[in-house]
Ligand binder design. Structure first.
Ligand code: 3PG
Length: 303
């Protein structure tokens, strides 16, 4: 597949590839740290609507501070922000109900959603190999889901909704970045702020200050003052990994983005299973492996 080369930027291809490689490695590393702290916080403080809001608030604040010193264009990608908000809160609700590894196994099916949305909503068609590669993706996710020891319907549906929402987010973000000539970093910053405005009233309605205050006291008494640092880490790393992922999306197609994201999930799945000592049955691991292999086949068939 031919990647679009930025107009006016005649960098040698090798330098561009090296830059994307650095972005991917940084994105994956930051995402692993986010997932660990996010789950540590959710285990002690099960309020995913608040933690989702805090991640966006933290990113918005970081970018407002950086904008105060440089004058950059602010704009509002509204449909994209709705998709980002839904995808984010759905994934966080999912992770509050099930193991991080399970959420990410289901989220490794994202390329399948990309094909279905492109086919049925955007009217694009694909070679037969692409449709065939959906069989291991969907079959592997299904096998992993039915053999998951701590299966929970909200956890499963949250990850599925997140897949659908993020496919729309990525396709429309890429279009938006092209048309508006803003950088990936600024695009994501505007997206974060608008998502924060959308999510805050819903977070208050679903959970609300009373629940948060009681839960916060409880978490502090269980974990101690370190709990505050865990919340800060999940919020800061959420912003940083997404910012780097958008810097990558600026350079690559939404398809390459989805594939890179599925590869990222292997490191999240493995590290979270080790850190949280998640019990895994061999057949469950097999399902996850088949789904990830399906994504490889999908990327080959799509080229
Ligand atoms: C979120 O909270 O937005 C999700 O954890 C992110 O999912 P991703 O791994 O697709 O970025």
């Amino acid at each position: 597949e031919a990647e679009p080369v930025d107009a006016g930027e005649a960098k040698p291809e090798a330098a561009r590839k090296a830059k994307i490689g650095v972005y991917f490695a940084t994105w994956w590393a930051l995402n692993v740290v986010f997932n660990i702290y996010n789950k540590k916080v959710l285990n002690a403080f099960p309020y995913p609507w608040l933690t989702s809001t805090l991640s966006l608030a933290c990113g918005s604040l970081m970018m407002l501070i950086s904008w105060a010193t440089r004058c950059l264009k602010l704009f509002f990608p509204s449909q994209v922000a709705v998709a980002h908000t839904i995808g984010h809160v759905a994934a966080t609700v999912s992770m509050s109900k099930v193991a991080v590894s399970f959420t990410h196994i289901i989220k490794s099916g994202e390329p399948a959603f990309s094909v279905l949305v492109s086919r049925f909503i955007l009217g694009e068609s694909f070679p037969a190999g692409v449709y065939l590669s959906l069989l291991p993706i969907i079959g592997g996710c299904a096998l992993a889901a039915v053999t998951e020891l701590n299966f929970n319907m909200i956890g499963f549906m949250g990850a599925m909704i997140s897949n659908l929402a993020f496919v729309f987010r990525n396709i429309f973000s890429k279009k938006g970045m092209k048309g508006k000539s803003v950088s990936g970093m600024n695009y994501y910053a505007c997206l974060s702020m608008l998502s924060l405005l959308i999510l805050t009233p819903f977070a208050i309605a679903v959970e609300g200050p009373q629940m948060w205050a009681a839960g916060w006291q409880n978490a502090l008494s269980q974990i101690g003052p370190n709990f505050v640092w865990w919340v800060a880490a999940q919020s800061v790393f959420y912003h940083l990994y997404n910012q780097v992922s958008y810097m990558s999306l600026d350079e690559i197609s939404p398809l390459t983005f989805s594939i890179g994201n599925t590869m990222k999930r292997i490191s999240v799945i493995v590290s979270s299973i080790i850190i949280f000592r998640t019990p895994v049955q061999p057949v469950n691991a097999l399902g996850a492996a088949i789904a990830v292999l399906g994504t490889f086949l999908y990327s080959q068939a799509k080229q």
